[in-house]
Design a protein around this ligand. Structure first.
Ligand code: AMO
Length: 438
Protein backbone atom coordinates (compact mmCIF):
# COMPACT_ATOMS: atom_id res chain seq x y z
CA UNK A 1 0.00 0.00 0.00
CA UNK A 2 1.21 3.54 -0.82
CA UNK A 3 2.06 5.82 2.09
CA UNK A 4 -0.41 8.57 3.11
CA UNK A 5 0.95 11.68 4.80
CA UNK A 6 -0.56 12.48 8.19
CA UNK A 7 -1.79 15.89 7.00
CA UNK A 8 -3.81 14.13 4.30
CA UNK A 9 -5.51 11.66 6.67
CA UNK A 10 -8.42 14.08 7.27
CA UNK A 11 -9.61 13.33 3.74
CA UNK A 12 -9.42 9.58 4.29
CA UNK A 13 -11.89 9.14 7.17
CA UNK A 14 -13.29 5.61 7.12
CA UNK A 15 -10.54 4.32 4.81
CA UNK A 16 -7.63 2.01 5.48
CA UNK A 17 -4.32 3.81 4.90
CA UNK A 18 -0.63 3.34 5.60
CA UNK A 19 1.30 6.05 7.45
CA UNK A 20 5.03 6.13 8.27
CA UNK A 21 6.91 8.07 10.89
CA UNK A 22 8.54 8.29 14.27
CA UNK A 23 6.88 7.28 17.53
CA UNK A 24 6.56 10.53 19.45
CA UNK A 25 4.99 9.17 22.62
CA UNK A 26 3.31 6.00 23.80
CA UNK A 27 0.79 5.76 26.60
CA UNK A 28 -0.40 2.46 27.98
CA UNK A 29 -4.03 2.40 29.14
CA UNK A 30 -4.37 -1.18 30.27
CA UNK A 31 -4.68 -3.29 27.18
CA UNK A 32 -5.02 -0.26 24.88
CA UNK A 33 -1.86 1.54 23.82
CA UNK A 34 -1.96 5.07 22.39
CA UNK A 35 0.91 5.97 20.11
CA UNK A 36 1.42 9.46 18.71
CA UNK A 37 3.13 9.10 15.38
CA UNK A 38 4.97 12.02 13.74
CA UNK A 39 5.83 12.48 10.12
CA UNK A 40 6.99 15.59 8.28
CA UNK A 41 3.43 16.92 8.06
CA UNK A 42 2.04 16.36 11.54
CA UNK A 43 1.22 14.05 14.42
CA UNK A 44 -1.57 11.47 14.58
CA UNK A 45 -2.87 9.50 17.53
CA UNK A 46 -2.81 5.78 16.74
CA UNK A 47 -4.73 3.29 18.83
CA UNK A 48 -3.44 -0.23 19.33
CA UNK A 49 -5.76 -2.87 20.80
CA UNK A 50 -5.37 -6.60 21.38
CA UNK A 51 -7.06 -6.98 17.93
CA UNK A 52 -3.99 -5.48 16.25
CA UNK A 53 -1.98 -8.12 14.45
CA UNK A 54 1.15 -9.10 16.41
CA UNK A 55 -0.09 -7.09 19.41
CA UNK A 56 2.61 -8.38 21.79
CA UNK A 57 5.39 -7.40 19.38
CA UNK A 58 3.85 -3.97 18.92
CA UNK A 59 3.86 -3.35 22.67
CA UNK A 60 7.67 -3.27 22.50
CA UNK A 61 7.58 -0.05 20.49
CA UNK A 62 9.24 2.92 22.18
CA UNK A 63 9.74 6.63 21.38
CA UNK A 64 11.66 7.45 18.18
CA UNK A 65 11.31 4.01 16.65
CA UNK A 66 10.42 4.38 12.97
CA UNK A 67 7.40 2.39 11.85
CA UNK A 68 4.77 1.85 9.16
CA UNK A 69 1.21 1.66 10.54
CA UNK A 70 -1.67 0.43 8.51
CA UNK A 71 -5.19 0.94 9.82
CA UNK A 72 -8.51 2.74 9.60
CA UNK A 73 -8.78 6.51 10.00
CA UNK A 74 -11.66 7.25 12.35
CA UNK A 75 -13.33 10.36 13.75
CA UNK A 76 -12.76 10.66 17.50
CA UNK A 77 -15.78 10.82 19.80
CA UNK A 78 -16.70 14.47 20.50
CA UNK A 79 -15.41 14.45 24.08
CA UNK A 80 -12.03 13.05 23.07
CA UNK A 81 -11.24 15.72 20.47
CA UNK A 82 -7.87 17.42 21.07
CA UNK A 83 -8.28 21.07 19.98
CA UNK A 84 -4.55 21.72 20.28
CA UNK A 85 -3.73 19.23 17.56
CA UNK A 86 -4.55 19.80 13.88
CA UNK A 87 -5.37 16.11 13.60
CA UNK A 88 -7.04 16.14 17.02
CA UNK A 89 -10.45 15.14 15.73
CA UNK A 90 -9.31 11.79 14.31
CA UNK A 91 -7.16 8.80 15.07
CA UNK A 92 -5.97 5.61 13.44
CA UNK A 93 -7.11 2.22 14.59
CA UNK A 94 -3.97 0.22 13.88
CA UNK A 95 -4.45 -3.13 12.15
CA UNK A 96 -0.97 -3.99 10.93
CA UNK A 97 2.48 -2.52 11.42
CA UNK A 98 6.09 -2.87 10.39
CA UNK A 99 9.06 -1.79 12.48
CA UNK A 100 11.57 0.01 10.23
CA UNK A 101 14.19 0.66 12.91
CA UNK A 102 14.41 0.56 16.67
CA UNK A 103 15.77 3.33 18.88
CA UNK A 104 17.83 3.05 22.03
CA UNK A 105 16.43 4.53 25.20
CA UNK A 106 16.60 8.32 24.79
CA UNK A 107 19.08 10.29 26.93
CA UNK A 108 16.52 13.15 27.15
CA UNK A 109 12.79 13.46 26.68
CA UNK A 110 12.03 15.33 23.47
CA UNK A 111 8.27 14.79 23.37
CA UNK A 112 7.19 17.81 25.44
CA UNK A 113 5.68 20.83 23.66
CA UNK A 114 8.11 23.01 25.54
CA UNK A 115 11.51 21.32 25.93
CA UNK A 116 12.71 23.79 28.58
CA UNK A 117 16.29 22.57 28.26
CA UNK A 118 19.42 24.53 29.06
CA UNK A 119 20.90 25.88 25.81
CA UNK A 120 23.99 23.66 26.05
CA UNK A 121 21.86 20.54 26.56
CA UNK A 122 19.62 21.58 23.67
CA UNK A 123 22.73 21.77 21.47
CA UNK A 124 24.64 18.79 22.90
CA UNK A 125 21.72 16.55 21.93
CA UNK A 126 21.01 18.43 18.70
CA UNK A 127 20.53 15.27 16.62
CA UNK A 128 17.55 14.54 18.82
CA UNK A 129 16.26 17.97 19.85
CA UNK A 130 15.66 19.00 16.21
CA UNK A 131 13.06 16.22 16.11
CA UNK A 132 10.92 18.18 18.58
CA UNK A 133 8.16 20.01 16.69
CA UNK A 134 8.70 23.38 18.30
CA UNK A 135 12.42 23.21 17.58
CA UNK A 136 11.74 21.94 14.06
CA UNK A 137 9.38 24.87 13.45
CA UNK A 138 12.35 27.27 13.64
CA UNK A 139 13.87 25.65 10.58
CA UNK A 140 10.64 25.61 8.62
CA UNK A 141 10.50 29.38 9.05
CA UNK A 142 14.21 29.59 8.26
CA UNK A 143 13.65 27.78 4.97
CA UNK A 144 10.87 30.21 4.13
CA UNK A 145 13.17 33.19 4.82
CA UNK A 146 15.79 31.77 2.42
CA UNK A 147 13.19 30.97 -0.24
CA UNK A 148 11.49 34.33 0.02
CA UNK A 149 14.75 36.32 -0.06
CA UNK A 150 15.95 34.55 -3.20
CA UNK A 151 12.56 34.78 -4.85
CA UNK A 152 12.25 38.50 -4.28
CA UNK A 153 15.72 39.37 -5.50
CA UNK A 154 15.35 37.18 -8.59
CA UNK A 155 12.13 39.04 -9.36
CA UNK A 156 14.17 42.26 -9.25
CA UNK A 157 16.74 41.05 -11.77
CA UNK A 158 19.41 39.83 -9.33
CA UNK A 159 21.52 36.83 -10.37
CA UNK A 160 22.37 34.30 -7.68
CA UNK A 161 26.10 33.70 -7.26
CA UNK A 162 28.29 31.51 -5.07
CA UNK A 163 31.74 32.80 -4.16
CA UNK A 164 34.79 30.99 -2.73
CA UNK A 165 35.10 30.53 1.00
CA UNK A 166 38.81 29.59 0.92
CA UNK A 167 40.84 32.72 0.34
CA UNK A 168 44.52 33.58 0.11
CA UNK A 169 44.01 36.66 2.27
CA UNK A 170 41.43 37.65 4.84
CA UNK A 171 38.62 39.63 3.20
CA UNK A 172 37.92 42.54 5.44
CA UNK A 173 41.07 42.55 7.55
CA UNK A 174 41.08 42.78 11.32
CA UNK A 175 41.67 39.76 13.50
CA UNK A 176 38.37 38.03 12.89
CA UNK A 177 39.47 35.34 10.47
CA UNK A 178 40.20 31.63 10.65
CA UNK A 179 43.45 30.31 9.22
CA UNK A 180 43.40 26.89 7.61
CA UNK A 181 46.11 24.71 6.14
CA UNK A 182 45.76 24.66 2.36
CA UNK A 183 48.18 22.04 1.00
CA UNK A 184 51.60 23.62 1.63
CA UNK A 185 50.16 27.09 2.16
CA UNK A 186 48.02 29.02 4.55
CA UNK A 187 44.50 30.07 3.58
CA UNK A 188 41.69 31.97 5.26
CA UNK A 189 37.99 31.28 5.59
CA UNK A 190 35.92 34.06 4.01
CA UNK A 191 34.68 36.73 6.44
CA UNK A 192 32.23 37.94 3.80
CA UNK A 193 31.73 37.68 0.03
CA UNK A 194 32.35 41.43 -0.16
CA UNK A 195 35.06 41.64 -2.86
CA UNK A 196 33.57 38.90 -5.02
CA UNK A 197 30.05 40.28 -5.02
CA UNK A 198 31.45 43.63 -6.07
CA UNK A 199 33.46 41.98 -8.86
CA UNK A 200 30.29 40.21 -10.02
CA UNK A 201 28.47 43.56 -10.31
CA UNK A 202 30.95 44.20 -13.14
CA UNK A 203 29.24 41.45 -15.09
CA UNK A 204 25.67 41.14 -13.87
CA UNK A 205 24.85 44.56 -12.32
CA UNK A 206 22.73 42.88 -9.67
CA UNK A 207 23.79 39.82 -7.68
CA UNK A 208 22.94 38.07 -4.45
CA UNK A 209 24.49 35.27 -2.47
CA UNK A 210 23.24 33.03 0.29
CA UNK A 211 26.34 31.52 1.80
CA UNK A 212 28.43 30.76 4.88
CA UNK A 213 30.39 33.51 6.58
CA UNK A 214 33.16 32.73 9.06
CA UNK A 215 34.13 35.03 11.91
CA UNK A 216 36.81 34.15 14.44
CA UNK A 217 35.26 36.38 17.09
CA UNK A 218 35.81 34.95 20.55
CA UNK A 219 32.37 36.22 21.61
CA UNK A 220 29.98 34.68 24.07
CA UNK A 221 26.92 36.76 23.26
CA UNK A 222 23.36 35.89 22.32
CA UNK A 223 23.80 37.31 18.80
CA UNK A 224 27.25 36.22 17.65
CA UNK A 225 28.23 32.93 16.17
CA UNK A 226 31.40 31.84 14.38
CA UNK A 227 29.76 30.45 11.28
CA UNK A 228 26.57 32.01 9.97
CA UNK A 229 24.69 32.25 6.72
CA UNK A 230 24.88 35.65 5.12
CA UNK A 231 22.21 37.01 2.80
CA UNK A 232 24.34 39.31 0.69
CA UNK A 233 23.40 41.48 -2.24
CA UNK A 234 25.09 44.05 -4.44
CA UNK A 235 23.60 46.30 -7.13
CA UNK A 236 25.02 48.60 -9.80
CA UNK A 237 23.97 51.92 -11.34
CA UNK A 238 22.56 53.37 -8.14
CA UNK A 239 22.14 57.05 -7.35
CA UNK A 240 23.21 56.68 -3.76
CA UNK A 241 22.73 54.50 -0.69
CA UNK A 242 19.00 55.27 -0.61
CA UNK A 243 18.51 52.98 -3.62
CA UNK A 244 20.22 50.19 -1.69
CA UNK A 245 18.12 50.82 1.41
CA UNK A 246 14.95 50.84 -0.71
CA UNK A 247 15.82 47.41 -2.10
CA UNK A 248 16.76 46.01 1.32
CA UNK A 249 13.55 47.40 2.80
CA UNK A 250 11.44 45.74 0.12
CA UNK A 251 13.34 42.46 0.56
CA UNK A 252 12.69 42.47 4.30
CA UNK A 253 9.01 43.30 3.81
CA UNK A 254 8.73 40.46 1.32
CA UNK A 255 10.39 38.03 3.75
CA UNK A 256 8.19 39.06 6.69
CA UNK A 257 5.03 38.96 4.58
CA UNK A 258 5.82 35.46 3.31
CA UNK A 259 6.67 34.18 6.78
CA UNK A 260 3.45 35.62 8.15
CA UNK A 261 1.43 34.13 5.31
CA UNK A 262 3.06 30.71 4.96
CA UNK A 263 4.29 29.82 8.45
CA UNK A 264 1.23 30.39 10.65
CA UNK A 265 1.47 27.00 12.37
CA UNK A 266 5.13 27.47 13.22
CA UNK A 267 4.66 31.08 14.37
CA UNK A 268 1.80 30.03 16.65
CA UNK A 269 4.12 27.72 18.59
CA UNK A 270 6.14 30.81 19.54
CA UNK A 271 3.15 33.16 19.98
CA UNK A 272 4.83 35.30 17.40
CA UNK A 273 2.91 37.90 15.48
CA UNK A 274 4.97 39.32 12.63
CA UNK A 275 4.35 43.02 12.11
CA UNK A 276 5.33 44.60 8.82
CA UNK A 277 5.78 48.37 8.98
CA UNK A 278 4.68 50.35 5.95
CA UNK A 279 7.92 52.32 5.91
CA UNK A 280 11.14 51.73 7.84
CA UNK A 281 12.23 55.04 9.41
CA UNK A 282 15.69 56.30 8.39
CA UNK A 283 17.68 58.46 10.75
CA UNK A 284 21.28 59.56 10.68
CA UNK A 285 23.76 57.98 13.05
CA UNK A 286 24.36 61.42 14.62
CA UNK A 287 20.60 61.83 15.20
CA UNK A 288 20.54 58.45 16.89
CA UNK A 289 23.24 59.65 19.29
CA UNK A 290 21.13 62.75 20.04
CA UNK A 291 18.06 60.63 20.72
CA UNK A 292 20.03 58.40 23.07
CA UNK A 293 21.30 61.45 24.89
CA UNK A 294 18.04 63.39 25.06
CA UNK A 295 15.46 60.65 25.42
CA UNK A 296 17.38 58.08 27.41
CA UNK A 297 20.18 60.07 29.05
CA UNK A 298 22.78 57.78 27.44
CA UNK A 299 26.12 59.11 26.34
CA UNK A 300 27.78 56.72 23.88
CA UNK A 301 31.39 56.03 24.73
CA UNK A 302 33.63 55.28 21.79
CA UNK A 303 32.45 55.61 18.21
CA UNK A 304 29.81 52.99 17.63
CA UNK A 305 26.37 52.53 19.11
CA UNK A 306 26.63 49.66 21.56
CA UNK A 307 24.06 46.84 21.93
CA UNK A 308 22.19 48.79 24.61
CA UNK A 309 22.06 51.81 22.28
CA UNK A 310 20.65 49.64 19.48
CA UNK A 311 18.00 48.32 21.81
CA UNK A 312 16.98 51.81 22.93
CA UNK A 313 16.88 53.22 19.40
CA UNK A 314 14.56 50.38 18.42
CA UNK A 315 12.41 51.13 21.44
CA UNK A 316 12.24 54.74 20.23
CA UNK A 317 11.39 53.68 16.64
CA UNK A 318 8.57 51.49 17.89
CA UNK A 319 7.10 54.25 20.03
CA UNK A 320 7.59 57.13 17.61
CA UNK A 321 7.04 55.37 14.26
CA UNK A 322 5.31 52.11 15.22
CA UNK A 323 8.11 50.23 13.45
CA UNK A 324 10.16 47.23 14.58
CA UNK A 325 12.78 48.11 11.95
CA UNK A 326 14.87 51.23 11.56
CA UNK A 327 17.78 52.30 9.34
CA UNK A 328 20.67 54.25 10.81
CA UNK A 329 22.44 56.09 8.02
CA UNK A 330 25.60 58.17 7.54
CA UNK A 331 27.87 56.14 9.79
CA UNK A 332 31.12 57.87 10.76
CA UNK A 333 34.03 57.35 8.36
CA UNK A 334 36.25 56.10 11.18
CA UNK A 335 34.15 53.00 11.85
CA UNK A 336 33.28 51.94 8.32
CA UNK A 337 35.46 49.78 6.06
CA UNK A 338 37.69 51.29 3.36
CA UNK A 339 35.30 50.31 0.56
CA UNK A 340 32.38 52.42 1.86
CA UNK A 341 31.79 55.71 0.04
CA UNK A 342 32.51 58.82 2.14
CA UNK A 343 29.56 61.21 2.21
CA UNK A 344 30.33 63.78 -0.52
CA UNK A 345 28.74 66.47 1.64
CA UNK A 346 30.57 65.58 4.81
CA UNK A 347 33.71 63.42 4.56
CA UNK A 348 33.57 62.63 8.27
CA UNK A 349 30.48 60.58 7.48
CA UNK A 350 29.84 57.80 4.97
CA UNK A 351 27.10 56.42 2.78
CA UNK A 352 27.10 53.37 5.05
CA UNK A 353 24.05 52.23 7.01
CA UNK A 354 22.81 49.59 9.44
CA UNK A 355 19.34 48.08 9.65
CA UNK A 356 18.12 47.28 13.17
CA UNK A 357 15.25 44.92 13.98
CA UNK A 358 13.75 44.60 17.45
CA UNK A 359 16.87 45.85 19.17
CA UNK A 360 19.59 44.19 17.12
CA UNK A 361 21.57 45.04 13.99
CA UNK A 362 20.51 42.58 11.33
CA UNK A 363 22.20 44.15 8.34
CA UNK A 364 24.91 46.54 7.38
CA UNK A 365 25.65 47.94 3.97
CA UNK A 366 26.09 51.06 1.93
CA UNK A 367 27.29 52.65 -1.23
CA UNK A 368 30.82 51.58 -2.27
CA UNK A 369 33.65 53.57 -3.72
CA UNK A 370 33.65 52.68 -7.43
CA UNK A 371 36.63 54.64 -8.69
CA UNK A 372 40.16 53.29 -8.51
CA UNK A 373 41.96 56.46 -7.39
CA UNK A 374 39.42 57.28 -4.70
CA UNK A 375 39.62 53.75 -3.33
CA UNK A 376 43.42 53.78 -3.16
CA UNK A 377 43.30 57.14 -1.45
CA UNK A 378 40.73 55.93 1.08
CA UNK A 379 42.82 52.83 1.83
CA UNK A 380 45.87 54.98 2.50
CA UNK A 381 43.87 57.27 4.79
CA UNK A 382 42.94 54.18 6.75
CA UNK A 383 46.61 53.18 6.96
CA UNK A 384 46.05 50.17 4.71
CA UNK A 385 48.57 49.15 2.07
CA UNK A 386 46.87 49.12 -1.37
CA UNK A 387 49.35 46.42 -2.46
CA UNK A 388 47.68 44.04 0.00
CA UNK A 389 44.44 44.48 -1.98
CA UNK A 390 45.87 44.31 -5.51
CA UNK A 391 43.47 41.68 -6.81
CA UNK A 392 40.46 43.54 -5.36
CA UNK A 393 41.71 46.84 -6.78
CA UNK A 394 41.97 45.20 -10.19
CA UNK A 395 38.16 45.32 -10.46
CA UNK A 396 38.23 49.10 -10.40
CA UNK A 397 40.73 49.47 -13.24
CA UNK A 398 38.12 48.33 -15.73
CA UNK A 399 35.04 50.48 -15.29
CA UNK A 400 32.73 49.92 -12.38
CA UNK A 401 29.30 51.57 -12.04
CA UNK A 402 28.26 53.38 -8.87
CA UNK A 403 27.10 50.49 -6.72
CA UNK A 404 26.21 49.35 -3.25
CA UNK A 405 24.83 46.45 -1.31
CA UNK A 406 24.33 44.82 2.05
CA UNK A 407 25.07 41.84 4.22
CA UNK A 408 22.09 40.50 6.18
CA UNK A 409 22.41 37.95 8.99
CA UNK A 410 19.84 35.24 8.28
CA UNK A 411 19.89 33.76 11.78
CA UNK A 412 19.35 37.12 13.44
CA UNK A 413 16.16 37.58 11.40
CA UNK A 414 14.81 34.27 12.73
CA UNK A 415 15.99 35.02 16.26
CA UNK A 416 14.05 38.30 16.22
CA UNK A 417 10.92 36.96 14.52
CA UNK A 418 10.57 34.22 17.14
CA UNK A 419 12.08 36.00 20.14
CA UNK A 420 14.73 33.31 20.65
CA UNK A 421 17.09 33.98 23.54
CA UNK A 422 20.17 32.89 21.61
CA UNK A 423 21.08 33.03 17.93
CA UNK A 424 22.37 29.47 18.34
CA UNK A 425 18.80 28.20 18.56
CA UNK A 426 18.29 29.47 15.01
CA UNK A 427 21.11 27.30 13.64
CA UNK A 428 20.74 23.59 13.00
CA UNK A 429 24.27 22.69 14.12
CA UNK A 430 25.91 25.84 15.47
CA UNK A 431 29.65 26.39 15.71
CA UNK A 432 30.87 28.56 18.55
CA UNK A 433 34.10 29.10 20.45
CA UNK A 434 33.69 25.81 22.30
CA UNK A 435 31.49 23.84 19.95
CA UNK A 436 32.51 21.93 16.82
CA UNK A 437 30.12 19.02 17.39
CA UNK A 438 27.70 17.46 16.71
P1 AMO B 1 28.89 42.93 8.79
O1 AMO B 1 30.21 42.48 9.29
O2 AMO B 1 28.21 44.01 9.57
O3 AMO B 1 29.02 43.49 7.29
O4 AMO B 1 27.92 41.68 8.68
C1 AMO B 1 26.65 41.79 8.06
C2 AMO B 1 25.57 41.16 8.93
O5 AMO B 1 25.92 39.83 9.23
C3 AMO B 1 25.45 39.49 10.53
N1 AMO B 1 26.60 39.09 11.39
C4 AMO B 1 26.60 38.08 12.26
N2 AMO B 1 25.64 37.19 12.58
C5 AMO B 1 25.94 36.25 13.50
N3 AMO B 1 27.14 36.14 14.12
C6 AMO B 1 28.13 37.01 13.82
N4 AMO B 1 29.33 36.87 14.41
C7 AMO B 1 27.88 38.04 12.85
N5 AMO B 1 28.62 39.02 12.33
C8 AMO B 1 27.82 39.66 11.43
C9 AMO B 1 24.77 40.68 11.10
C10 AMO B 1 25.39 41.81 10.28
O6 AMO B 1 24.54 42.93 10.20
N6 AMO B 1 30.62 43.17 4.06
C11 AMO B 1 29.72 43.74 5.01
C12 AMO B 1 28.29 43.83 4.48
C13 AMO B 1 28.13 44.79 3.31
O7 AMO B 1 28.49 45.96 3.46
O8 AMO B 1 27.62 44.35 2.28
C14 AMO B 1 29.71 42.90 6.27
O9 AMO B 1 30.17 41.78 6.29
O10 AMO B 1 23.39 40.56 10.84
Amino acid sequence: MERTLIADCAERIGETVKISGWVKTRRDHGKIVFIDLRDRTGVLQCVVTPDTENYEELKRIRPQWTVDFQGIIKKRPEKLINQDLKTGSMEMEVKEFKILSEAQELPIDISADELGLHLETLLDFRNLTIRNEKVGAIFKIYAEVLRSYAEYLRSQGFVEIKTPKLLSASTEGGAEFFKVKYFEREAFLAQSPQFYKQAAVGSFERVFEIGPVFRAEPHFTSRHINEFIGLDAEMGFIHDSNDVMDMLEESMKHILTDVKKNCQDSLKLYNSDVEIPEKFPRIRFSEALDILRKEFGKEIEGNDINPEGERLICQWAKKKHGSDLIFLTNYPWTIRPMYIMPDPENPRETMGFDLLYKGVEISSGGQRIHQYEQLVENMKKKNLNPEDFSSYLEIFRYGMPPHGGWGLGSERIIQKILGLKSIKEAILFPRDVRRLTP
